[in-house]
Ligand binder design. Structure first.
Ligand code: 5GP
Ligand code: ZN
Length: 120
């Protein structure tokens, strides 16, 4: 996996560093998952890499395994929450038009209600 880089001005890096408390759902040496502070569904978990990557545009080839890991962790959490069969939505917003507000990539796991399409 890619080396872990930290940005002291990044909210999610500060969570990874333990400087800001999070409602932890899962962690391993490369990934952290926690409940969103402003949930948009009965289950709303954010899955993030420990290393700082600002946006999807900043993903590099050596992040491939890490990026895939975000998805397998999301599926694991969905199974643990009992929502895997009913279904769920995984979203990663990029930059202003994508609705990104925290510039450290994160996969949203949304579940527990029927999602709409197209998204707003
Ligand atoms: P984005 O808009 O960048 O795709 O998603 C950022 C997410 O981070 C939002 O869903 C927002 O509610 C969540 N968030 C922002 N600040 C905090 C925080 O301090 N703690 C937690 N747990 N989630 C946060
Ligand atoms: Zn960061």
């Amino acid at each position: 996996m890619a080396e872990i880089v930290s940005d002291p001005d990044c909210l999610f890096c500060r969570m990874v560093a333990g400087e800001i408390a999070v409602d932890r759902v899962y962690e391993d040496e490369n990934v952290l998952a926690f409940n969103d502070i402003n949930p948009q569904a009965p289950t709303h978990v954010l899955i993030i890499p420990r290393t700082h990557i600002a946006t999807v545009n900043d993903l590099q080839p050596d992040h491939h395994a890490l990026a895939g890991r975000l998805y397998t962790v999301a599926a694991r959490i969905a199974r643990e929450r009992g929502v895997a069969d009913d279904g769920y939505r995984l979203v990663m917003n990029c930059n202003a038009d994508g609705g990104q507000s925290v510039y450290h990539i994160h996969l949203h796991l949304l579940a527990g209600r029927r999602m709409q399409w197209p998204p707003g």
